[in-house]
Design a binder for this molecule. Sequence first.
Ligand code: DGL
Length: 266
Amino acid sequence: MNAPIGVFDSGIGGLTVAKEIMRQIPGESLVYFGDTARVPYGSKSKNTVCKYSKQIAKFLLTQDVKAIVIACNTASALAREELEDMVDVPVIDVVQPGARMAASTKNNKIGVIGTQSTIKSGIYESYLHKINPELTVVSKACPLFVPLVEEGLFEDRITEDVVSRYLHDMKEYEIDALVLGCTHYPLLRGVIGREMGESVKLVNPAYETAKSLKDLLKEKDLLNVSGEKPEHKFFVSDGVDQFRSFANSILPYQVENTTVVDIESY
Ligand code: DGL
């Protein structure tokens, strides 16, 4: 089926998920929506994030998407069930695939980092304990990581200081897997990896999500087998230029056009 896949995020971070989808399922077209006018979601309430996510899902359905990927961890944590009830296409979030991957830890001690709202929701713990009730899960919100990534400070002394400040205590728990439970964090994996040490496996939910999406499309017979070249479309709620330059710095695809959508009207 050559309908596109809808992917959304609170802003630019979900492009890390779009990138993985393009890499793992290169035949699929994407419609990406970044809510750049209302970012961040990570400090907002469930009510607000659900309202925003539903508006975006309504918009994506106008683009005839065959599935929706919630690329944002915060929206996955707070709005997945509401979206599933609302739409009649498959919905994939980033939390469940990330938790599944992390659960294959060797010493049963897992760390989870994310935005304040994701960590407060306890969603990763709850999925992880469903998979294995024996797991010890240590969670920590790292709110300053998002602005550091948005400023492009992937490798910088300031980033090293902030990463060390947030993660220093977590090292005492001797975790052997750390879930990068926010769209932006995979872009800091160099600094985070050095702080945590080689024995800690960094789990990128974006990678697992693209894998789960591929399996789901196969299972539901929705893969694009037309052989036509995929066509990607990008939409935002504000800040076209900043979005496009970030997108072109991380995607294996040249983004020429980005369209602003009045998302409040959905
Ligand atoms: N996309 C968000 C997430 O993965 C991070 C940015 C935000 O706070 O909106 O949780």
